[in-house]
Design a protein around this ligand. Structure first.
Ligand SMILES: [Mg+2]
Length: 229
């Protein structure tokens, strides 16, 4: 029934958002003298959203957005020292080891024999390439696709290029907005595996039906066994 399975990377195969939220904690502490935590969160999210069209997704854009927010909330009085601290936060994130989620390797190994596996991840090309390499998972995938946005057109283009009929394609990921809704729109199937933190920008109302939800990738091979679209 399902030939090809697409996997999201961030927060599906490896931890990611926890690193952002940890850094955002440090950001709030650093700028605590200028604004309350809620205001800092809100202003940063607004700046990040407005900057997506300039920088796309990823750590580099996040750093620039933290700097912009810091300038903003201090009315331009943020110190060079604090800006250097924000830049250092970003470098720490970029150098952070890639930590796989529980059960990822076993699930991929169990599925590899019967399905073609694709890695479809969104974000900064350089950082994503580096994470894929450091994850040690690259060999398990027939192809790795790094894209700047995950919408229905993106999925159609990828499936087309790999000669995959959307009806025989299943996408697995933690984001309803990026891994479920656009895949269903493109005529494919989707499995949502929630991560314990979701970036506010990725939050979306799940569809009433037409997709599956599991708590961990460990449950994926069994779900595929009995999968009936
Ligand atoms: Mg993700």
């Amino acid at each position: 029934m399902i030939d090809t399975i697409g996997f999201d990377g961030d927060d599906t195969l490896w931890h990611n958002e926890s690193l952002f939220s940890m850094t955002q904690d440090r950001f709030r502490t650093l700028l605590g003298h200028a604004a309350d935590p809620e205001t800092l969160n809100r202003r940063l999210l607004d700046v990040e959203r407005a900057n997506l069209r300039f920088y796309g997704y990823g750590i580099k854009g996040f750093v620039l957005s933290m700097i912009e927010t810091a300038i903003d909330v201090t009315d331009g009085r943020v110190s060079g020292h604090d800006i250097a601290t924000l830049v250092a936060f970003g470098k720490t994130m970029l150098a952070h080891p890639v930590e796989l989620l529980d059960g990822v390797e076993a699930a991929l190994d169990a599925l590899a024999g019967r399905h073609r596996l694709l890695l479809i991840t969104k974000g900064d090309l350089f950082d994503q390439e580096s994470k894929v390499a450091r994850s040690g998972l690259a060999e398990r995938f027939a192809a790795v696709e790094i894209v700047s946005e995950k919408d229905a057109a993106t999925y159609r283009r990828i499936l087309d290029r790999h000669g995959v009929d959307p009806r025989r394609f299943l996408m697995v990921g933690n984001s309803v907005r990026s891994d479920v809704l656009p895949v269903l729109e493109a005529g494919g199937h989707a499995v949502h595996v929630p991560y314990h933190v979701t970036w506010a920008h990725e939050e979306a109302k799940p569809p009433a039906d037409g997709y599956r939800r599991i708590d961990t990738l460990r449950a994926l091979p069994a779900l595929l066994e009995e999968f009936r679209p």
